[in-house]
Design a binder for this molecule. Structure first.
Ligand SMILES: [Zn+2]
Length: 199
């Protein structure tokens, strides 16, 4: 142990974050400790404010501090196309690429027999209900190129077969096992533009 209890606890909490092992958690903690007024306290206040205000959008499942979320409220976005993603991270990746200007639907994961995740654990019924809206004409399945993601895509495509919408999926170019969040913006944009109807 290099420091007192409170500092050690901060480091242990930081180490729980993705991308931060114990070593980088120490570096992050030290950077904050050295910049208490300009980084640490503003960060603590921002975290407290966001934690108190954050919620899941009741329409699409996105995380925001308002419900419906800013994306669902934006009347400049195309209401005819819904892009289905596994996680908010994938939504953020697509927004970062700037390639998609429609609406989203966050499933909350992918089907997985191994992890015991079934259809009722995902936001699939809500998606089917949204797809039946006459204003919606296309559903893009932007799921990860993993076994779970593709199993989920097939399951949803069958569920949507009678919903009166065109169902498409991202073009290949998303590497097998690839998660959208890790793709560069160009690859993501190309995969979205070259999307194809689900056979
Ligand atoms: Zn929303």
């Amino acid at each position: 142990m290099m420091a007192g209890g409170e500092i050690e606890r901060l480091i242990q909490l930081l180490a729980k974050l993705p991308g931060l092992g114990p070593r980088s958690a120490r570096r992050a903690a030290l950077a904050m400790l050295k910049r208490r007024d300009t980084v640490m306290l503003p960060l603590a206040e921002a975290m407290e404010a966001v934690a108190a205000a954050v919620l899941n959008c009741s329409v699409c499942g996105n995380l925001d501090t308002a419900d419906p979320c800013a994306l669902c409220r934006d009347s400049n976005r195309d209401q005819r196309i819904i892009c289905v993603v596994e996680d908010v991270a994938d939504l953020w990746a697509l927004e970062r690429s700037g390639a998609f200007r429609g609406r989203y639907h966050v499933l909350g994961g992918a089907l997985s027999a191994f992890q015991g995740i079934g259809p009722d654990d995902l936001s699939i019924d809500a998606l089917v209900a949204r797809a039946r809206d006459a204003a919606v004409s296309e559903i893009i399945l932007a799921l990860n190129a993993t076994v779970e993601g593709q199993t989920t895509a097939h399951f949803i495509a069958e569920k949507l077969a009678k919903a009166g919408v065109v169902v498409t999926h991202l073009a290949h170019g998303v590497p097998m096992g690839g998660e959208l969040d890790y793709l560069d913006d160009g690859t993501l944009t190309a995969a979205l533009r070259a999307r194809r109807a689900v056979a």
